[in-house]
Design a protein. Structure first.
Length: 270
C-alpha cells in the first residue's frame, strides 16, 4: 500500500521563478489498485510521481510504502521497490548494451552481482519467453543493442524491465505520449496485460482523458499542485471523457470566481 501524507514541494523558493508544484497532496493507494493521475501541463502530476520515485525530497510530508517510511530514501534505494517507465522511450535503458544485458540489469536490480550469472542459459531462455509475449519479434534479437530499436519496441522492453521483479509499485509517467497512435495503443495493451497478470499496484500519469476513462480503477485529477477530484471505481465506471472535461471547466470557473472575489476585496480594503 502507498500512503502519501500532506506532501509539499516548492521549486526555486523566494525567487521570481518560484513554483509551488505540490500543495498538500494526500492520498492512499490500496494494494493491486491502478490509479490514473490526470492533469494539464503544470498540474503537478509528474512532480507527484517524481516525489514518490525519489527524484527529490519533499519540503514537508510523508511517503510510506507497505508501512515503511521511504520519505528520506534515496532514489536508488527506492528502485528496489519501485519500477518506473518514463515518457521518453530512450530513458531507463542503456542504449549501447544489448537487449539481453538490459534485461539482466532489470533482473538483478538491487542485487550486488555482476551480469555474468544473469546471462546464463536459463536466464536467456526466460528473456526470450517474456519477449515472445510482446509479439514484436524481439525474442530472436537478444544480442541487438537496445539503442537500435524503434521507440515503441524500446518502450515495450522498458515496461518489461520495470515490471520484471514484480515491484511493490509501478510508476508510469506518460509512457505513451512520445509514441505514434498505433504504437501507443500496442504499449497500452501490453501495460494492461502486465498489470493484470502480475496484479501490480500502479500509478499512471497521463494528460489523455480517454486513457483516464479507459484505464485503471481510480482517477486523481490534479490542478495547480493539488488533487481536486478523487474518482473511485464505481463512479469511474460511469464516466465519459466529456465528463472529465466538464470537471476541468468547473475548476477553471471556480478559479475565475475566486480571482474576481479577491480583486473586489483588495479594492475594498485598500
Amino acid at each position: 500500500m502507498l500512503h502519501i501524507e500532506n506532501l509539499h514541494k516548492t521549486f526555486n523558493p523566494g525567487t521570481i521563478n518560484e513554483v509551488r508544484a505540490l500543495r498538500g497532496v494526500s492520498c492512499t493507494v490500496e494494494p493491486g489498485s491502478f490509479v490514473v493521475v490526470l492533469g494539464t501541463n503544470g498540474s503537478g502530476k509528474s512532480t507527484l510521481l517524481n516525489a514518490v520515485a525519489g527524484g527529490f525530497l519533499p519540503d514537508t510530508g510523508k511517503i510510506l510504502l507497505d508501512g515503511v517510511d521511504i520519505t528520506q530514501f534515496p532514489e536508488h534505494k527506492r528502485a528496489r521497490l519501485i519500477g518506473r517507465v518514463f515518457q521518453n522511450p530512450f530513458t531507463g535503458t542503456a542504449p549501447d548494451m544489448s537487449i539481453a544485458e538490459n534485461l539482466a540489469l532489470a533482473a538483478k536490480r538491487g542485487m550486488h552481482r555482476g551480469l555474468g550469472q544473469a546471462l546464463n542459459k536459463k536466464s536467456l531462455e526466460a528473456f526470450r519467453e517474456q519477449l515472445r509475449l510482446l509479439k514484436m519479434g524481439l525474442e530472436d534479437r537478444l544480442d541487438n543493442p537496445i539503442g537500435k530499436l524503434s521507440g515503441g519496441q524500446r518502450q515495450a522492453i522498458t515496461l518489461l524491465m520495470a515490471s520484471w521483479l514484480k515491484p511493490r509499485l509501478l510508476l508510469l509517467d506518460e509512457h505513451t505520449a512520445a509514441l505514434d497512435p498505433k504504437t501507443a495503443a500496442k504499449v497500452i495493451q501490453l501495460t494492461e496485460e502486465i498489470i493484470h497478470r502480475d496484479q501490480l499496484t500502479t500509478m499512471m500519469v497521463t494528460h489523455s482523458m480517454q486513457q483516464a476513462v479507459n484505464m485503471g480503477d481510480r482517477i486523481l485529477m490534479m490542478h495547480q499542485g493539488q488533487v481536486r477530484y478523487d474518482i473511485g471505481r464505481e463512479e469511474k465506471k460511469r464516466l465519459k471523457a466529456r465528463d472529465l472535461l466538464a470537471m476541468f471547466d468547473d475548476i477553471r470557473k471556480k478559479e475565475q470566481v475566486d480571482a474576481t472575489t479577491a480583486e473586489m476585496l483588495r479594492q475594498y480594503y485598500v
